[in-house]
Design a protein around this ligand. Sequence first.
Ligand code: ABU
Length: 485
Amino acid sequence: DFSNLFARDLLPAKNGEEPTIQFLLEVVDILTNYVKKTFDRSTKVLDFHHPHQLLEGMEGFNLELSDQPESLEQILVDCRDTLKYGVRTGHPRFFNQLSSGLDIIGLAGEWLTSTANTNMFTYEIAPVFVLMEQLTLKKMREMIGWPGGEGDGLFSPGGAISNMYSVMIARYKYFPEVKTKGMSAAPRLVLFTSEHVRDPTYLIKSILWRVIPADLEAKIIDAKQKGYMPLFVNATAGSTVYGAFDPINEIADICEKYNLWLHVDGAWGGGLLMSRQHRHKLSGVERANSVTWNPHKMMGVPLQCSAILVREKGILAGCNSMCAGYLFQPDKQYDVTYDTGDKAIQCGRHVDIFKFWLMWKAKVRWREINWYFLSFILCDVNKKRPRCVLIHCVYFCVQPQHTNVCFWYIPPSLRGMPDGDERREKLHRVAPKIKAMMMESGTTMVGYQPQGTKVNFFRMVVSNSAATQSDIDFLIDEIERLGHD
Ligand code: ABU
């Protein structure tokens, strides 16, 4: 009974050891129960409530911060409720995000990381983690194919930040004076990326969602003629929606011809470098100047775990170092090149490496995972059930390149309707409606979106190693059940 105990009774309080151990054992019990239920298919993926319902307080779960300390009993209730009203992203029927699953080794790593509670900025306070990061980044560079695994890198708070690092170091490489003089020291710089990516400067046309190299070259020439300075090309390895892989070798040829920085955004598809069967989809990645690779996506490492990998050693420090004297004293007793913090744009940096390092040790090579098998099953299921129109089949006429499967569900009332504005408007409302009902019933979760001229469609991704064929069938059955008008 913790109702008469408070945070002040725990360590470092005098005689705090016993209540601390008892309290933590209770917490572990809550967490292990949650883990068990996560893999239990009779458990719901979520217990959905609207924001106002949660804010008003659910059965004693009060999000408000009170003026008085709460008892440890209430703190334990808060822990239970927090998990109860959350989403089980490790559930075998959670397909909503590129990052999903609950890896037990990774979880153990995350628990240890929180317990160690240190900061990656200096070797002095994170000696083991800093070395793990260096060794793991080297392994990743070896997988990319850079000679001897040489180069540079960092774990960052996510794929967008890793991509931003690549833009910053490319700019620094060509115009180092920007660091001290600002953007006026550079001409108007131009970045090139696929038309399927958000808010780029220059959009490269694509076919089957892969950029067309000839269009890239035409756009580079156009930018030069307008007096701009082409700087950077992003090739996507596994696009967010369709899972498309750009032709890296052909893009690299153009980058070499025009002396441009080549970045490969493999946030989603980078994990395939671990697969003998699928790594060819990133063929040419070894010619990139920088690569983003998020182990928290395809490789199932608990969030967050995103790496920016760079071929040129030292450029991250060159670009970002500010030499803060209170952290990076040059006269420490150890080799201060291990103080990695000065390479980062942030100061404090979370330990993202340990769970990944531990999983790598435990698995060595990631399972030649049945994700592909499952996504192909989903394609087949769709083909057999003409109620679902597979975008890949309509537009690709081939299997998806990655585990993304995009499709429309066609409810009975729309099946005989001729194509036109009315049908499009109605079809546009189908996926959000089904998704809302799916969340209310809490049985499964899948994403949807419109894109370009395409009305809302389901984007199904398989990256959860707990998912099986029966879960794919369940999802399709559920869409049919909920979508039957
Ligand atoms: N950074 C893109 C993640 C999108 C997703 O998980 O659905």
